[in-house]
Design a protein around this ligand. Structure first.
Ligand code: GDP
Ligand code: MN
Length: 399
């Protein structure tokens, strides 16, 4: 799960990282009011979206008066900010963050990531701050400083000092840099983050080390341990299909194709997507309905898949070990009676109670296309979809 910049700054500041003074606003008037509260004569208005690259896309504006703040935020509110990280559809701006501007002497890149090769938290830093890490590694790979942290002992001071020296940070600022690095590391591990990125970490003209931007991503599977973090979730920034799935406890990832998949088990879901591609189709989603698929759960999965308007055929592929084919079959029948499914539905069942399951499907009177194997199911799904296209009309599974 991602959180907003202002939220990440609040979290990190609780771990001793210095951040600029700032306040959140939900309207242009409130933004101007917040700036007056903060005081000073220069502010930065920052669109709060779950993506970086806002500066180049018009989502970060330095302002010197009330009027400028109002105008800058009026442009941002309601806009779909398109940056290189959002995809072409962009992300909606519903909150802006107003900060007292900081006089920058130097910009540094600082990131904490999980390095899967060493199975450690890795610190990635570069004196080339302000650029995205992808550009730094393409254009200035030698500027990147890396260090991994031994989990049993944590991030040691000497490691932090080494990083500071490699970045050419003045000796008088090393202590502040150590505090920043250790604060980020503690936030990362104590809150089960998978990424902390401060780009830029700046050295100010008055010799302070300040996190000017902050990004944090958390491990979804550990959120239950951190209710104060899960409360920071902002659904307006998520793929609506994926938020609906998360709310229903289903594992769903939306894709660009048109064959909807309802499968139990992540491995089988991957295999199903591969087989669809092999048969010449494109999956519309990854969906793992999990082990105990009750009829209600299958119906929920159907609703979710059918809410994607690109879906032109649905393939249900169940291997029942913990599951029972008769339950799944009941779920499919129930879903087809309740949900408006106007595309061909192909069902392949195998495993526990398969005969009972097939019987339920056959006796339902619904035009369900049954398949004996996964490859047959995939071919039928792709065939049904192509047939559909050639006829120029949608088959109706139920009228
Ligand atoms: P991003 O583009 O989404 O990564 O947004 P950032 O928060 O990193 O802001 C982009 C750029 O705006 C930074 O690299 C800075 O150069 C500039 N900027 C942001 N805040 C300030 C500030 O307080 N003072 C000054 N002078 N520049 C700022
Ligand atoms: Mn940034």
């Amino acid at each position: 799960m991602d959180i907003h910049e202002y939220q990440a700054k609040e979290v990190l500041s609780g771990f001793g990282v210095t951040v600029p003074d700032g306040a959140l606003a939900y309207s242009p008037e409130q933004a101007a009011y917040r700036a007056r509260e903060l005081g000073g004569d220069k502010w930065v208005v920052k669109a709060q979206v779950h993506a970086g690259g806002r500066g180049k896309a018009g989502g970060v504006k330095v302002c010197a008066s009330d009027t400028e703040i109002q105008e800058a935020s009026e442009k941002m509110f309601g806009m779909k900010l398109v940056t290189h990280q959002t995809g072409p559809e962009g992300k909606g701006v519903y909150r802006v963050y107003v900060e007292a501007a900081v006089p920058i002497a130097r910009e540094i890149y600082l990131g904490f990531v999980l390095d899967r090769t060493s199975q450690r938290v890795m610190i990635v830093a570069s004196a080339e701050g302000g650029m995205e890490i992808e550009d730094i590694s393409a254009e200035k790979p030698d500027s990147i400083v890396r260090a991994t942290v031994e989990p049993a002992v944590g991030l040691r001071e000497f490691q932090c000092r080494q990083i500071a020296f490699k970045l050419g940070i003045d000796a008088s600022l090393v202590q502040q840099t150590v505090r920043t690095l250790q604060g980020c590391y503690r936030a990362f591990t104590e809150l089960d983050a998978t990424m902390v990125e401060i780009n830029p970490l700046v050295i100010t003209e008055d010799s302070r080390v300040v996190a000017l931007d902050a990004k944090m991503t958390f491990d979804d599977n550990a959120l239950f341990r951190h209710p104060q973090i899960s409360e920071l979730r902002d659904k307006s920034q998520e793929d609506p299909r994926e938020s609906r799935a998360a709310d229903r406890g289903l594992n769903y990832v939306g894709l660009d194709g048109n064959i909807g998949c309802i499968v139990n088990g992540a491995g089988l879901a991957m295999a199903t997507m591969d087989t669809i591609k092999l048969a010449g189709g494109e999956p519309a989603n990854f969906l793992d309905i999990g082990g105990g698929a009750t009829p209600e759960r299958v119906a929920k999965a159907f609703r979710l898949v059918m809410s994607d308007k690109n879906v032109q055929a649905v393939l249900v592929n169940i291997f029942a070990g913990i599951n029972r084919c008769d339950w799944v079959a009941e779920g499919v029948v129930q879903a087809l009676r309740e949900v408006d499914v106007d595309v061909p539905v192909i069902v392949r069942l195998a495993g526990t109670n398969v005969e009972a399951g097939q019987k339920i499907l056959a006796q339902s009177g619904l035009p369900i296309i049954r398949a004996a194997t996964l490859s047959e199911a995939a071919e039928r799904a792709v065939g049904a979809w192509k047939n559909d296209l050639s006829q120029g009309v949608k088959l109706r599974a139920i009228s």
